[in-house]
Design a protein around this ligand. Structure first.
Ligand code: HSE
Length: 300
């Protein structure tokens, strides 16, 4: 039997559409074992709504590994979900990354980790959530000739990610439909310059102007209509001491970067702005997570 712990993630990180991401200190736990028949149980987030059949995402990820290795055996999967589903916090990436890693582990690790990364990216469609889910930290990732290339590094653990999580969900597929097929050259330059500065800032641990470097013209302006309150949160967060603020992944969660002392105030403000838009929301204060999927001993 194997148990893995897999972190939530934020993708895009402002200016890094489809290429930047970071792991957050909020975790799903996956327990997997061989069984007489397939069985799936879900506790926590989505315990009533998540599929408990062959369409379950963790099951599908495990099946990819079993198929690739040419083994067919029933499995029991127990999920303890803490990552809110379809809120822009990488819940599907956590299922995919965790399912692949757990299945590979119970089979005695027949697949190299590089193949796990490729399979995860294929299943998710883009690498910016699955790579930080697998490796932790702050990540830059891309696909080149079918191979995933990534860099990761740690970011200061005193940073706090305050996520304002509205009660409604957005499917990534729907959030991608609102993005235009073509963009202005000037918008490309806008993001390119900021994305490069953002990566350099974290690489050199020089964190001034993060709010500027997290600005975006590739997806947020188009997704704004899907997340009422987002623009206002981004605008007002700096006045309250935020270092940066952006839509987390495809949304609808909005993420603010700050220090511990300002975190609660910013979380309350986010919830308040959503409330004024008629949207119920909660906030969570999360730390950076420096490790990706981990095997754990502790039973849950
Ligand atoms: N980069 C992706 C997007 C992340 O914004 O569509 C969503 O999972």
């Amino acid at each position: 039997m194997v148990r893995v712990k897999v972190p939530a993630t934020t993708a895009n990180f402002g200016s890094g559409f489809d290429c930047l991401g970071a792991a957050l200190g909020l975790y799903n736990y996956i327990e997997m074992d061989f069984a007489k028949t397939d069985e799936i149980e879900v506790m926590g987030e989505g315990e009533k709504t998540v599929e408990k059949n062959k369409t379950n995402l963790v099951y599908k990820a495990a099946s990819r590994v079993f198929d690739e290795v040419g083994i067919s055996k029933p499995i029991k999967i127990s999920l303890e979900n803490n990552i809110p589903i379809a809120r822009g916090l990488g819940s599907s990436a956590a299922c995919i990354a965790g399912g692949l890693v757990a299945a590979n582990q119970i089979l005695g690790e027949p697949l190299p980790f590089s193949r796990i990364v490729e399979l995860a990216t294929q299943m998710e469609g883009h690498p910016d959530n699955v790579v930080p889910a697998l490796f932790g930290g702050f990540t830059i990732s891309m696909v080149y000739e079918g191979k995933v290339i990534y860099k990761r590094f740690s970011i200061p653990n005193w940073l706090r990610f305050v996520v304002g999580i509205p009660q409604f969900s957005i499917r990534t597929i729907d959030a991608r439909r609102v993005i235009p097929e073509k963009i202005d050259f000037s918008d490309a330059i806008f993001n390119l310059s900021r994305c490069a500065m953002l990566v350099a800032s974290f690489a050199k641990n020089e964190l001034s102007n993060l709010d500027v470097f997290c600005q975006d013209k590739l997806h947020q302006p188009y997704r704004n209509k899907l997340v009422p309150g987002m623009e206002k949160i981004i605008k007002t967060s700096k006045q309250q001491g935020a270092m940066a603020c952006f839509l987390s992944g495809a949304g609808p969660s909005v993420l603010t970067i700050t220090s511990e002392e300002n975190a609660k105030k910013l979380g309350i403000q986010m919830v308040d702005i959503f409330k004024k838009e008629g949207i119920k929301a909660q906030y969570k204060i999360l730390s950076p997570c420096d490790s990706g999927v981990e095997y754990i001993q502790k039973s849950f």
